[in-house]
Design a protein around this ligand. Structure first.
Ligand SMILES: *[C@@H]1O[C@H](CO)[C@@H](O)[C@H](O)[C@H]1NC(C)=O
Ligand SMILES: *[C@@H]1O[C@H](CO)[C@@H](O)[C@H](O)[C@H]1NC(C)=O
Length: 200
């Protein structure tokens, strides 16, 4: 009886833990070659500009490598410079906890199109980014990846300028203008009141 429980526990542990789809970024092979339309240092505007992403299997790997790839997830990811001091964007090796890639560009079957065009969504904040492509198995676990930057994530990065960043100066101008209006309105009443007093 006790041994049954022990074995069941071991199987469960094995299932959820070490044996079953580790889910660690460091365990993934970089078998995909990803390419984005963005240029190093380019600045894109969220809500306006588009990114086109393409990917293929790296020809150094046999075509059979991709046999188990069923799905592809294309993600927009924060570059290290935009993760500094921001725990909510932190890179974790455990992919279920990793916060590097928070925006989904595409989620398609592996055999479908290998070109995806994406309008940078309006909620993408101002930051420096790169694009990563994950290949998933039939149960949705990451098996391999490719990305538009090097392993250290320092090359070929691009910037996105968020909506809020663009409208700040306009908001300040509008704020100043309304403050000015209120002041001049009071000033106007004050002058009128004085005039009225003098007239009496
Ligand atoms: C990536 O795309 C650019 C322009 O679309 C092209 O010039 C370049 O050769 C591509 N690189 C790869 C590795 O596909
Ligand atoms: C393809 O993979 C090989 C071996 O890992 C690597 O040396 C090469 O740089 C990769 N090619 C591209 C275009 O990423």
């Amino acid at each position: 009886m006790a041994s049954h429980i022990l074995i069941s526990a071991l199987i469960l542990l094995c299932f959820f833990g070490t044996c079953y789809g580790k889910g660690l970024f460091s365990s993934l092979q970089r078998t995909l070659v990803a390419n984005a339309s963005t240029k190093q240092g380019e600045v894109l505007k969220s809500g306006l500009d588009k990114i086109t992403v393409t990917w293929t299997l790296n020809q150094s790997f046999p075509a059979s490598t991709a046999d188990a790839y069923k799905q592809v997830k294309v993600k927009l990811c924060f570059a290290p410079i935009s993760q500094k001091d921001r725990a909510w964007r932190k890179t974790k090796d455990d992919l279920t906890k990793d916060k590097t890639c928070q925006f989904t560009i595409a989620d398609t079957p592996y055999d479908a199109s290998t070109v995806q065009e994406w309008l940078v969504e309006r909620d993408v904040p101002t930051a420096t980014y790169f694009v990563r492509v994950y290949a998933l198995d039939s149960s949705g676990h990451e098996m391999a990846y490719g990305q538009t930057t090097d392993a250290k994530k320092t090359t070929n990065l691009f910037e996105i300028q968020g909506i809020s960043g663009r409208h700040v100066s306009l908001d300040i101008a509008a704020g100043c203008f309304s403050a000015f209006s209120v002041v001049s309105l009071f000033g106007f009443f004050y002058v009128e009141k004085k005039k009225a007093k003098r007239a009496q």
